[in-house]
Design a binder for this molecule. Structure first.
Ligand SMILES: NC(=O)c1ccc[n+]([C@@H]2O[C@H](COP(=O)([O-])OP(=O)(O)OC[C@H]3O[C@@H](n4cnc5c(N)ncnc54)[C@H](O)[C@@H]3O)[C@@H](O)[C@H]2O)c1
Length: 252
């Protein structure tokens, strides 16, 4: 099977069955379908349990290990617990993120007290989780880090997302440098940059998406899940330090 992940353990953060777009849950389900054991993190335990139940119902292996990616101590404890249950983490998908509670608004109207929220939720969360699994990957000579960035990390948009964009661009810059650092150890580091993505069905429209007349449809979790499966596979071992744009061809 192409892109076979059998025997691998994949940790996906923010992978609960969300009422939102649910990109992480889609990634966890796709990983499992390719044969990997899925460690499902989410800050909300009930939604993580729902993803695990869906994977088990489909005949797969999954465990919920819930932690806040912003809390480094909780991340370390969560990774330890996951490794006790399913063995070393071979694949990490840094998916947890979002605005971190900061409103979408022009930068000039943003409260400086809230500048850090999206930086913590996206960038610091990614650093915490990556740091927790990286040493083991390098020691074993194999690993995959995939971070869910955003079109907002590489393109200017008129949607009040400058702080979120800064955090997403931070994930991209971090990944490019880390890719060079750990390439000799058999570990690849890449980003997937989603365009506007909706929950469930792939039709519909999005009020913030100016490019929808130019793209075939809005995105769904499965679009990003497929890119993640590829980047996690053995076939992608010569792809590192890249940002795969998954946006239907529309930047904004
Ligand atoms: N939906 C889009 O249009 C879009 C576009 C570009 C990038 N993204 C990125 O995709 C990722 C997933 O977002 P989504 O749209 O699927 O949102 P979502 O709200 O459906 O899912 C996010 C999940 O992460 C969990 N989470 C949030 N903060 C967490 C934390 N600190 N620790 C652990 N879990 C946490 C939430 O409980 C939720 O289940 C995010 O990084 C987001 O920035 C989304």
């Amino acid at each position: 099977m192409l892109f076979d992940l059998s025997g691998k353990t994949a940790l996906v953060t923010g992978a609960g069955e969300s009422a939102g777009p649910g990109i992480g849950a889609g990634i966890a389900r796709a990983r499992d379908a390719q044969g990997a054991r899925a460690v499902v993190d989410d800050i909300k335990a009930d939604t993580a349990a729902a993803t695990v139940a869906a994977i088990e119902a489909a005949g797969g292996k999954a465990v919920a290990v819930c932690f806040d990616v912003v809390d480094r101590g909780a991340v370390l404890a969560g990774v330890r617990e996951a490794e006790e249950r399913f063995g070393p983490i071979d694949i990490l998908v840094n998916n947890a993120g979002g605005t971190g509670g900061a409103p979408l608004a022009p930068f000039r109207e943003q409260d400086p007290e809230k500048w850090e929220l999206p930086i913590r939720s996206n960038l610091i969360g990614t650093l915490n989780c990556t740091h927790a699994v990286l040493e083991g990957m390098c020691a074993r000579g194999w690993g995959r880090i995939v971070t869910i960035a955003s079109v907002a990390g590489t393109t200017g948009m008129e949607v009040g997302a400058s702080l979120y964009g800064a955090a997403k661009a931070g994930q991209v810059g971090f990944s490019r440098h880390l890719a060079v650092e750990v390439a000799p150890h058999g570990v690849t580091v890449n980003c997937v940059a989603p365009g506007f993505t909706m929950h469930g069905e792939v039709g519909g429209s999005h009020p913030l998406n100016r490019s929808q007349s130019r793209i075939p449809r809005l995105g769904a979790a499965r679009d990003h899940a497929a890119a993640c499966v590829y980047l996690a596979s053995a076939e992608a071992e010569w792809v590192t330090g890249q940002v795969i744009q998954v946006n239907g061809g529309g930047q904004i």
